[in-house]
Write a protein that binds this ligand. Structure first.
Ligand code: LER
Ligand code: MN
Length: 272
């Protein structure tokens, strides 16, 4: 019996260059992921998407998978909204979108991944002021999501993609200073390999505040394809008593099915 649950990233539409191993029909992919040994899929979707909730619940009851997380990035990439937008109207629309994601996650008993939607500090922008604004806005979402029993996980993403929350320590400090008790740190081995001097020390630093964990190897292909020591990484998750999901977010090479199969086989082989 694994110490944690395994997830895998999915979107209905995703190019082969994106780090989402699964794409296509949701229900087929949930079933296929479960058959491969994954406990759940993490879904990139729009906040206005509609799902057959009864069908998803029936599938979960039959052991045909579930949805562990909804990823909010499409609010940013498709609707161009973020929590640090300059106009109040955009920020309001972003907050409404995030609340819709939270409502949908509540119906699915899933969590919410916050990555790019947090926004960035503009060139020449006042970083402290941005952090203050973000803290207030996230506090409102923190309280809304706590009421609905939906955790928010804030992803730590490397500095080539964003200029806020690039490292575990900075993210932990922000969550702590703003008393975001329903928000957790979301680490990703790919980003940690770029940003953290010692990824295992970053895991230890998060301790009970670690809420979600993405895995890919150093080239962002499936775990086990490259240089990262997943025995040591999973051993450190065990050391801190991590009980969340370990979720595969990797480039679908050599093809979707092979990447998904090899990833879970490697993780099972090295888990404590
Ligand atoms: C998403 O989980 C992620 O890791 C970022 O790199 C967004 O692409
Ligand atoms: Mn990630």
């Amino acid at each position: 019996m694994a110490k944690w649950k395994y997830g895998i990233s999915f979107a209905e539409k995703s190019p082969m260059t994106a780090p989402l191993p699964l794409a296509g029909d949701l229900y087929e992919n949930m079933r296929m992921a479960a058959a491969l040994g994954y406990d759940a899929v993490e879904m990139h979707t729009r906040e206005i998407a509609e799902f057959d909730l009864a069908r998803i619940r029936e599938m979960s009851a039959r052991g045909e998978g579930r949805i562990c997380m909804l990823v909010t990035g499409r609010l940013y990439t498709e609707r161009k909204l973020s929590l640090l937008d300059a106009s109040e109207d955009s920020v309001d629309a972003c907050m409404q979108g995030m609340k819709r994601y939270i409502d949908l996650a509540a119906a699915l008993q899933a969590g919410i991944v916050l990555g790019w939607v947090k926004g960035t500090v503009p060139p020449e922008g006042d970083r402290e002021r941005c952090l203050e604004l973000l803290g207030g806005r996230l506090k409102a979402l923190n309280d809304y999501s706590r009421e609905k029993d939906v955790p928010i996980v804030v992803e730590v993403i490397n500095h080539y993609e964003t200029n806020l929350f690039n490292r575990a320590e900075e993210t932990l400090t922000f969550l702590d200073q703003n008393r975001l008790d329903n928000c957790y740190v979301h680490l990703d081995t790919y980003h940690m390999n770029i940003e953290e001097l010692d990824p295992c020390q970053a895991i230890r630093m998060c301790g009970k505040k670690l809420g979600y964990f993405h895995v890919a190897d150093n080239s962002r292909r499936y775990p086990g394809s490259g240089q990262l020591d997943f025995k040591k990484i999973l051993g450190t998750l065990d050391e801190i008593g991590y009980q969340g999901y370990v979720s595969v977010e990797c480039i679908p090479e050599p093809d979707r099915m092979t990447a998904a199969k090899r990833a879970i086989a490697h993780l099972h082989a090295v888990e404590p």
